[in-house]
Design a protein around this ligand. Sequence first.
Ligand code: ADP
Ligand code: MG
Length: 432
Amino acid sequence: QVVNYAPFTLLPSAVPRALFEQAYAVQQDFNLLVDAISQNKEFLEQTLASTIKVDDFTAQLFRIYMQVLEEGLAQTVFLGINRSDYMFDCGLDGTAALRQIEINTIAASFGGLTSRTADVHGLVLKVLGKTEEASHLLPNNPAKGLALGIAKAWELYGSQRAVVMFLVEEIQRNIFDQRCVENELWSRNIRVIRKRFRDVFEQGSLDASRRLYMDGQEVAVVYYREGYVPQNYDQQNWEARLLLERSRAVKCPDIATQLAGTKKVQQELSRPGTLEKLLPGRPEAIARMRATFAGLYSLDEGEEGDMIAATAIADPDRFVLKPQREGGGNNLYGEELRQVLEKIKDSPERTSYILMDKIKPQPALNYLLRAHSPLQVSECISELGIFGVYVRQGQELVLNQAAGHLLRTKAIEHADGGVAAGVAVLDTPYLV
Ligand code: ADP
Ligand code: MG
């Protein structure tokens, strides 16, 4: 009922060219890795065993995962759209290093809106008389890249009449971001419908070969922009999720790929030897990925967890404490981290969290433009995201690409939170 502009920085932010290129160069590796994890039942089972004992949400996702595997997968085409996020860690000598914050494997957003930000910042620079600088801004169109992946999956599904279904939230605050991707599909003559879990519960059905129908209309691809936090689910929505997962339709992502994006899996990936087991025979890809990892630590019960918990309680500013949640605003820092860890350090509850080294980027000045907020200069830090898209048919990877980037910038007062959480704003990298 009320439309605002998406928040953005007045000026593009400086990003070291070498780190930007490093982030692009490693994206296909991360696509491969996520895809490999999603097919490795043993790894997911082992890695999430301690987490699902204490985290109900992950446990419920895991139950559906197991149920679908037991029945046997009807889905044969797989589509992954992810976004690997990084910050630029400033070392003692002042040099910056690329450090991965996380990989989002479900509902990774802002690929649409950010396809427009380079134009906005180009215009601002021109108005400021910086025509030369404006010409250096890179073109960027993740919306097109994401649509390319969805279109490929739709084509391989192989039914001209079938539609792509965007699964969207009850109340949509980010509809225009989604429309950018949707419009790319319409321009390729692919029909798109937008439905909620509730609609799936009421209108969804499977035929004998588990083709998915919504009110009689066949669905080829389900693109989730919903379903990644506990608040998205009630009993009916869980039933709808199970129906979708059981179906032959291409889920973006399937439930295994959603689980591959949990913080617990990320922490386990940093353990020596894990990447080698997941991607045998790919030492170069492994080296590229590992070069971006920050320190990550398990809080599972046992000596290793006891030691790191004690270290973090003694020196909380070195760490971030992360639960198995998405969407920003869930992590704990500083004094709050210390208090929470102190309280749960001797209980199994601590295994629902992981610890991560805190990344400390060099701040820069910028203006954050947000509807109804006063204009003031802020000390800011940025987070770079690279979109990845891949499509697999059976065992054959038929598409594996980086699909564009997203730069989000926030004032340093906020330790946490993305654009949707009202903290960060859209930005454009100015490579230096
Ligand atoms: P979410 O799934 O909620 O997006 P993230 O792991 O991306 O979880 O963390 C949310 C935000 O917290 C990030 O966008 C970043 O601003 C901040 N953050 C996360 N991890 C770190 C870290 N290791 N060091 C510094 N800031 C971090
Ligand atoms: Mg994040």
